[in-house]
Design a binder for this molecule. Structure first.
Ligand SMILES: CC(C)(COP(=O)(O)OP(=O)(O)OC[C@H]1O[C@@H](n2cnc3c(N)ncnc32)[C@H](O)[C@@H]1OP(=O)(O)O)[C@@H](O)C(=O)NCCC(=O)NCCS
Length: 146
């Protein structure tokens, strides 16, 4: 059965987080690559390894801004574990942790069909289109949880 739990990542998990970020990297997913970027990500944000029994199948993360906005800023499933429902279950569990916040948002590349379908299925709507969001010339959609 595809039961999962979320395990909060610690600095000991830096290599695993770096590995997951690396496989997620593409035109539609802007990943963190440098060692200090990964370590600050783990220290400053809420980064969770997605575990299916003892196996890490991916990662989900969010940060909470000073204005109490929840911003999902990472979701990657290792390619061999995709299309098994892990991302949907992980997002569901991660959203439960922030249900008291009034604004929950994320950004996604407009060509990232699988991620956009997933977010629609979890009740997100498209709020805005932002050109050159990460400074790499690529646009992003801002999606908001309703
Ligand atoms: C996007 C990603 C996280 C989805 O992970 P996944 O575990 O394969 O997704 P799930 O199996 O949980 O699928 C959940 C939903 O996503 C959508 N989905 C997943 N794969 C899809 C595909 N290939 N095409 C269309 N929709 C898809 C569907 O809505 C699906 O729900 P359904 O099965 O009820 O139809 C994964 O493809 C990934 O890691 N991509 C690279 C990193 C990335 O782009 N992350 C998103 C950043 S915003």
């Amino acid at each position: 059965m595809n039961t999962i739990v979320l395990k909060r990542a610690t600095l000991e998990d830096s290599q695993e987080v770096a590995k997951i970020e690396k496989v997620g990297n593409s035109k539609t997913y802007s990943s963190r690559t440098k060692k200090d970027e990964i370590e600050n990500f783990i220290k400053d944000d809420f980064v969770f390894l997605i575990k299916n029994r003892e196996t890490t199948v991916g990662m989900v993360s969010f940060k909470i801004t000073k204005k109490k906005i929840v911003h999902y800023n990472g979701l990657v499933i290792y390619p061999k574990f995709r299309s098994k429902g892990f991302a949907k279950k992980a997002m569901f569990l991660a959203l439960r942790r922030v249900s008291k916040y009034s604004r929950i948002e994320l950004v996604v590349h407009p060509h990232n069909n699988s991620a956009i379908s997933l977010y629609f299925s979890l009740g997100f709507i498209i709020e805005a289109w932002k050109n050159n969001y990460f400074g790499d010339g690529e646009p992003r959609l801002v999606m908001l949880k309703k």
